[in-house]
Design a protein around this ligand. Structure first.
Ligand code: PGA
Length: 251
């Protein structure tokens, strides 16, 4: 089954206000009228508002990199799902490996974040990925399968249209060492099998699975040709108009 490609840029903690708006405008102008693929950017929280405004009327969607698992209240420094909706974000990343491994986010916390996001109508990109020692120990499928199943616990079939999965092997993120198309394809096929077991074939076939980890203009096409790879979540190469366009416009 052919799924519409979904290319997304995770800006992480990079750029400043001016550079964020300029990048958004550059993408807006270049991608006006693009409708054969979905495109999204994930700016830092403090620039969401301006990037949403810069992309008004553009098909490019804006998302947040994180959200709080609580609705509101005494959670100093946190940002709620409602606040994201309030500033015009349409989607949110959950469980990025930097959140899991640098900030100790558990599968259970990720699951609560998924549920919170869905409860306000945000789309979710749920990230999973194994560390190098887990891959070397032959545990890739077990780790990413567990992260996916735990992250989706209690998520109804009717919400799965709002879900994208991102497979991001930790050893490939920001290292210049992307997974081979064979490695990515095998992991994606495994993840789709988990979705099939949880939700049945029709839903499993419709959910998009992005690959992330050192995606560049010169490797996107071969990665996109791998089985079950439906898009990319891009970090470093999404910070400049030209390199992100080189990925979005893959053939
Ligand atoms: P990278 O990051 O493209 O810089 O490897 C990917 C990600 O963390 O989403």
């Amino acid at each position: 089954m052919k799924r519409k490609p979904f290319l997304a840029g995770n800006w992480k903690m990079n750029l400043d206000r001016k550079a964020s708006v300029e990048l958004a405008r550059g993408l807006r102008d270049a991608l006006a009228g693009t409708n054969d693929r979905d495109v999204a950017v994930f700016p830092p929280f403090v620039y969401l508002d301006e990037v949403v405004q810069a992309l008004a009327g553009s098909p490019i969607k804006v998302g947040a990199q994180n959200l709080c698992d609580e609705k509101n209240g005494a959670f100093t420094g946190e940002i709620s799902a409602e606040m994201l909706v309030d500033v015009g974000a349409k989607l949110v990343l959950v469980g990025h490996s930097e959140r899991r491994h640098l900030y100790g986010e558990s599968d259970e916390l990720c699951n609560r974040k998924v549920q919170r996001a869905l409860s306000v109508g945000l789309d979710v990109v749920l990230c999973v990925g194994e560390k190098l020692d887990e891959r070397d120990g032959g545990r890739t499928d077990a780790v990413i399968g567990r992260q996916l199943e735990a992250g989706l616990a209690g998520v109804a079939a009717g919400s799965m249209g709002k879900l994208t999965v991102a497979y991001e092997p930790v050893w490939a993120i920001g290292t210049g060492r992307n997974a081979t198309p064979e490695q990515a394809g095998a992991a994606h096929t495994h993840l789709r099998g988990v979705l099939r077991r949880l939700y049945g074939d029709a839903i499993a076939q419709s959910v998009r699975i992005q690959y992330g980890g050192s995606v560049k203009p010169d490797n996107i096409s071969t990665l996109m040709n791998a089985p079950d790879v439906d898009g990319a979540l891009v970090g470093g190469a999404s910070l400049k108009v030209d390199s992100f366009l080189g990925i979005v416009r893959f053939k």
